[in-house]
Ligand binder design. Structure first.
Ligand code: OXD
Ligand code: MN
Length: 586
């Protein structure tokens, strides 16, 4: 009798008609074969074998360089269940339309059957997915980003308990590119893109969009969060999970080299992008990192911003769309100050500065997590790590202080639900446009966001020891437009304050938006910032927050009656607290 997996593979092969089917075992030999094929296809080149052993540079189709939210769909039977922040299509119509595109799409190609585990192999919190793909680049990347191959098949056995994901490059035309999630069936279909989150289906499609739906059904949480451990001088490690929108430094924070290492404060990495969490027997929320690698943005990464990753990606790494030097080494803007001579740009053309950036701004590295010296000894703990703090954050030039603490869980959920970030010129061309991105899940929440807020409130009732909730802003600027806070390794000073709040040691001032550090409660020794700068970083301008409050009202109105009462209450209370502040106070 064919297993459910064999039956599905057979039915997909019938539709897509591949020339061959390869069941992946995850071995070195198999990966070498995929890379050989990629090199033969001409879009992938080996890098310098001495300085970057077993590293490759892949150049994607120039029209296929980023996740495409416009063609990403949540296909629930009832449109209302997808909610106002998702694109929606009806499941039956979507299958018909995409089915026509999948018809014969793998002709002349090999279909790889990629079984994978999201999460540590032995963890009961982990889940299995299987991706069928006609892209050897995707199969080779999935081997880095998940526990892929025999290990997953062994765990699956003949069970039907896996999330199927069908992926084909199709003809790579942006006009025929669709990423669809069938929530009720827990099924993913993606065609027309070979890039990142569009194509590595374990990541955003499964671990966030499908998993967020499963998590609500089953009473756990799937979040767009890094997970780190902060070690204190006693050797105790306190775990924190943080959600920031793209381009706000999640990977850098997760892998930070602490500026307070000489005082005994170190940061350990569990994950840089996604956290799956459930209530443990000890009453704490326990988090696992479902991924096994880092798929990070290369530009801006350097010895200062992330020395740990710079060291990690010196071997066994797939680079995508970076530039390449004459020594066959990868290069990107922000790696160092001087672009080397005789470089090839991300499309393999001889580069001159008049041509714009040499590396594509969303160029990436795909590197095994174990290669970072910051990786925590508990990163594969089957029971996950107990989370003591949630950190929300965004890029706010003038509004949000360096850090504040929510008054309680419900207020914390409100702080996450009202998260926003201002766009940078690099991303959109329009500077300072505020994009609301609740819990950094705007593109990733697989159901109605109002119900998602409700799920967060509900989880608060189920967690005996809920994490404290904080909000940070590393990006506040002064009147001269310059950043007030040095960031990077110095951010550990803010984590230390959080730790001391968790332990009941650090002082805080109550303000209308939450609890702020007293200047004395921050550890600032060895840091060259003036008292005035610290006061600016910790100031709360009630008039600016009133404007923010009005903007949030507009955002919440989009959810109509579905917005939970707890969120409405918090919103009203913030308005009342702001109104009580005497005019002219800061
Ligand atoms: C990512 C993203 O690539 O959030 O992780 O876009
Ligand atoms: Mn992400």
């Amino acid at each position: 009798m064919a297993t459910p997996l064999e039956q599905w593979v057979e039915s997909v092969a019938h539709m897509t008609r591949p020339a061959a089917i390869q069941w992946c075992d995850g071995s070195e030999a198999e990966a070498a074969g995929m890379i050989e094929k990629l090199v033969q296809e001409g879009r992938t080149v080996p890098l310098n074998n001495k300085t970057y052993p077993n590293c490759y540079l892949h150049r994607s189709d120039p029209t296929d360089v980023a996740r495409t939210e416009k063609v990403t769909f949540i296909c629930t039977r009832d449109r209302e269940n997808a909610g106002p922040t998702n694109n929606w299509m009806a499941p039956a119509e979507t299958k018909q339309m995409m089915g026509r595109l999948f018809e014969g799409s793998m002709k002349d190609r090999t279909m790889y059957v990629v079984p994978y585990i999201m999460g540590p192999t032995a963890s009961p919190q982990s889940r299995i997915g299987v991706e069928l793909t006609d892209s050897p680049y995707v199969a080779a990347s999935m081997r880095i980003m998940s526990r892929m191959g025999k290990v997953a098949l062994d765990r699956l056995g003949s069970s039907s308990d896996f999330v199927p994901g069908l992926h084909s490059l199709g003809d790579l035309s942006p006009d025929r590119r669709f990423i669809a999630h069938f929530q009720e069936e827990k099924l993913i279909w993606s065609i027309g893109s070979g890039y990142g989150g569009n194509a590595l289906l374990g990541k955003k499609c499964f671990a966030l969009r499908i998993a967020s739906w499963m998590a609500r059904e089953q009473g756990w949480m799937a979040e767009h969060m890094l997970i780190l451990g902060l070690e204190s001088p006693s050797g105790k490690v306190t775990y924190m999970a943080a959600a920031f929108p793209s381009a706000c430094g999640k990977t850098n924070l997760a892998m930070m080299v602490s500026a307070l290492e000489n005082q005994g404060y170190r940061v350990w990495t569990i994950g840089d992008d996604i956290a799956w969490m459930q209530v443990g027997a000890d009453g704490y929320l326990h988090a696992i990192n479902p991924e096994a690698g880092f798929f990070g943005v290369a530009p801006g990464t350097n010895e200062k911003t992330n020395p740990n990753v710079m060291q990690a990606l010196r071997k066994n790494t797939i680079f995508t769309n970076t530039a390449m030097t004459a020594k066959a080494e990868p290069w990107w803007e922000g790696m160092d100050d001087n672009p080397p001579a005789d470089m090839l740009d991300w499309q393999g053309r001889a580069w001159a500065s008049s041509m714009g950036p040499a590396a594509q701004p969303n160029s990436r590295y795909t590197v095994p997590a174990t290669q970072s010296r910051s990786i925590s000894s508990r990163w594969e703990d089957p029971a996950g790590v107990p989370i003591s703090a949630f950190i929300f954050g965004g890029r706010r030039a003038r509004l949000a202080p360096l850090v504040y603490e929510a008054m309680d869980w419900q207020h914390g959920v409100y702080v996450g639900a009202t998260m926003a970030s201002e766009t940078t010129a690099a991303a959109t061309g329009a500077v300072g446009v505020t994009r609301r991105d609740p819990m950094a899940m705007l593109p990733f929440c697989g159901y109605n966001m109002a119900d998602y807020f409700g799920h967060w409130l509900e989880m608060g009732r189920k967690i005996p020891h809920p994490p404290k909730v904080f909000h940070v802003n590393w990006f506040r600027t002064g009147d001269d437009g310059k950043f007030l806070w040095p960031g990077y390794g110095e951010n550990v000073r803010v984590l230390k304050w959080m730790l001391e709040r968790i332990e009941g040691k650090a002082a805080a001032n109550e303000t209308p938006i939450g609890l702020l550090p007293t200047p004395e409660s921050l550890t600032l020794d060895g840091l060259r910032v003036t008292r005035k700068t610290i006061e600016d970083l910790l100031s709360v301008d009630p008039a600016a927050w009133m404007k923010e409050h009005a903007d949030v009202t507009n955002f919440f109105n989009g959810f109509g009656d579905r917005l939970p009462a707890g969120i409405r209450d918090e919103h009203r209370r913030l308005g009342e607290r702001l109104q009580r502040v005497p005019a002219g106070t800061k």
